[in-house]
Design a protein around this ligand. Structure first.
Ligand code: PLP
Length: 380
């Protein structure tokens, strides 16, 4: 068997399919010259809203800004508690701290990696006991699967909170009848190149059905502008998506549905091959995952050796995430649900993501599976 290295995500394979259309779109922008908020930005916002069924879409410069702007629009401030999982990318909690508010960390469920509703309840009790004002829940759709919104939404409602869905990894997926982008009061996503819908640089978007929120966010995106560019009615930022990135995304969005279906085939094939060997990701009934990652769990004591053995055979793997946020230097002083977050801490030691993209052919995938099984047998 060859041990030539394979890519973790093969963006080149997608270029072979639609690269010419993307390049034509980029050239059109170069020629018309409206690099900032050009016509492609408007077109993309309409296309994205139509794709998921949201009333409005505001594109922004990256996924982190997409998470921050709704918090700014809602006036989140010092003394406010915002609940989010600890087992996520730092941006989810970072934006809360930007505003001087307090992220309160919630544990996740061991089978879906998403927010544990019981832990969320505990975190709300904890925040109140510390004199914080509970305001917002940021659920994260980790690795592409939507969080369990039927369980989370009643808790949000019972405590008078609002819900933001961090869909940086899940755009293109669905929670039962609802497409990602229509869940929560507002949804934030990222177009970082390795996300299921990625551009050729940084990008992001915010979805909402609330016209007032959308209007505030359009103002925030351009330095809090009022009636014109030099009328400032609130403190904002520069949060615009480049027209060039919009041109890339217009073409990529056309094949997103098809790519998500292909990712699902890849994931099913992995699970059939691996479910007798390791815990494989659990997809809840009626959910469509965008499969940003395909993540298994291996014994903590064997993980480093498995990674090395696979690498030697040309198979890259990734660990998302090696340290939960509540154990990070920058975040360890913030409050937690209950007495600790045991599931987040265990997963950080045991997760391993395998190559996942819509262009992973059967022969290459079989090579990943065989290499993984051999490494697991040798080291676990
Ligand atoms: C990627 C990601 C972000 C941040 O997106 P950027 O575009 O890189 O700023 C936020 N949350 C999660 C869960 C992510 O995976």
């Amino acid at each position: 068997m060859t041990n030539a290295p394979i890519p973790f995500i093969d963006l080149g394979a997608q270029r072979a399919r639609i690269g010419a259309a993307i390049d034509a779109g980029l050239l059109r922008v170069a020629h018309h010259g409206q690099y900032i908020l050009g016509p492609e930005v408007k077109t993309l916002e309409a296309d994205l809203a139509a794709f998921c069924g949201a009333k409005d879409c505001v594109t922004v410069s990256n996924g982190t800004v997409a998470l921050a702007m709704p918090l700014m629009a809602k006036g989140i401030r010092p003394g406010d508690a915002v609940f989010c999982p600890s087992f996520t990318f730092a941006a989810t909690a970072e934006v809360v701290a930007w505003l001087g508010a307090t992220p309160v960390f919630v544990d996740v469920l061991p089978d879906t990696f998403n927010m544990d509703p019981a832990s969320l309840e505990q975190a709300i009790v904890k925040a109140k006991a510390q004199g914080l004002k509970p305001k917002c829940v940021i659920s994260v759709d980790l690795f592409g699967q939507a969080a369990d919104y039927d369980a989370i939404e009643p808790i949000v409602a019972a405590h008078g909170l609002w819900l933001m869905s961090d869909a940086a990894q899940s755009f293109g997926g669905a929670y039962k009848a609802r497409k990602v982008g229509t869940i929560g009061h507002v949804t934030a996503t990222s177009f970082f190149p390795s996300k299921p819908l990625g551009c050729y640089g940084d990008g992001g978007a915010i979805f909402t059905d609330d016209p007032e929120m959308a209007a505030i966010m359009r103002s925030l995106r351009v330095h809090g502008q009022g009636s014109d560019k030099y009328d400032n009615v609130r403190i904002g930022l520069n949060g615009r998506l480049d027209t060039l990135q919009a041109a890339v995304l217009i073409e990529k969005l056309k094949i997103l549905g098809d790519e998500v279906a292909t990712r699902d085939d890849v994931a099913k094939r992995y699970s059939e091959a691996l479910c007798d060997n390791v815990p494989v990701p659990v997809l809840l009934p009626e959910l469509v995952s965008a499969w940003a990652q395909y993540t298994v769990q291996v014994p903590a004591s064997a993980r480093a050796a498995i990674i090395q053995a696979m690498k030697a055979d040309g198979i890259p793997t990734m660990v998302y995430y090696p340290k939960p946020l509540h154990l990070q230097t920058a975040y360890k002083h913030f409050p937690l649900a209950g007495n600790g977050l045991p599931v987040s801490e265990r997963l950080a030691q045991e997760v391993l993501s395998l190559p996942m993209h819509p262009y992973l052919d059967h022969a290459t995938q079989d090579r990943v599976v065989e290499t993984f099984k051999r490494a697991l047998k040798a080291h676990a």
